[in-house]
Design a protein around this ligand. Sequence first.
Ligand SMILES: NC(=O)c1ccc[n+]([C@@H]2O[C@H](COP(=O)([O-])OP(=O)(O)OC[C@H]3O[C@@H](n4cnc5c(N)ncnc54)[C@H](OP(=O)(O)O)[C@@H]3O)[C@@H](O)[C@H]2O)c1
Length: 289
Amino acid sequence: MKSSFVIVGCGKVGTAMGRNLINAGYRLIGLSCNTQESAQKAANILSTDNFTKASWEITKGVDIVFITTPDGVISNACNEIAQKNGFDNNTVIFHCSGALPSTILFSAKACGASIGSMHPLQSFAVGCSDATFKNVIVTIEGEKDAVNAAKQITEDLGSTCLTIKTEAKTLYHASAVVASNYLVTLQDFALKLIKKAGISGDDAFKVLSPLIKGTLSNIKNVGTIKALTGPIARGDIETITKHLDEIGEKTPNLLLLYKILAQYTVDIALAGGTIFDSKANELKKVISL
Ligand SMILES: NC(=O)c1ccc[n+]([C@@H]2O[C@H](COP(=O)([O-])OP(=O)(O)OC[C@H]3O[C@@H](n4cnc5c(N)ncnc54)[C@H](OP(=O)(O)O)[C@@H]3O)[C@@H](O)[C@H]2O)c1
């Protein structure tokens, strides 16, 4: 029989995790949220009658507790349950934060529980409770029993498990933020420029989309250094100067961001050998901050 589990903080990740675990045969015992309304909503999605605001009422005797509250309250939520003696000796407690170490769950150790973190390297947006964990990278760290349980869970979910050192989590998470959140930022930047060029709001993303997909495919096939094309890779100072002039005139608040990205891009072009030091220095002068 598969393990029993409880979700403490059943929002975007908690609901998706709950659904995927249920589909994999795990037994949902109950869930909790900060408010009764949210708990009721999540309970409807996961088809359980056992929901509450008082997490410690549902955690006792459960094999696995997922604390999927916002990062800032994970430690307190765990502490509150531990103080009310809500964890058992063999319970495994996980949080799903990418930035925080499993050690923030230390209060559960007084009850003899094992602590770990399981971070799905995926973006879960509002209304995506049906998101699958299949083929998602789940990064894990923590105590031995917790890590072993996490390996089994990821296998059962069809996810790919990546183990990481506890002390490496902050940089690991910074990388995830750049890869996902700042990709959104970059696309927003590109969309603002193309709209200024007269392409309508509805068409703007459609126009850029094949370029974005092609570039991602190139990165996958040949890596970032060789995937770089465009004016900086060619050492085309004239074109970069025109960009700077036009952006400075039409969208001056975006000029600094363009320059910072261009500076970083010059180093990629140098590493790729498509430009040499003298051209790189000329470019860096033109795009100086
Ligand atoms: N979203 C993502 O893309 C993503 C990806 C990977 C990892 N994560 C991690 O997953 C965790 C959850 O993030 P999320 O995006 O799912 O957050 P979320 O959608 O805001 O959900 C948080 C849930 O926690 C509940 N909650 C807040 N305080 C609580 C408490 N003291 N006790 C019990 N429940 C409480 C909230 O209830 P109310 O609704 O009643 O306030 C809500 O149901 C975080 O650690 C985050 O870093 C998120």
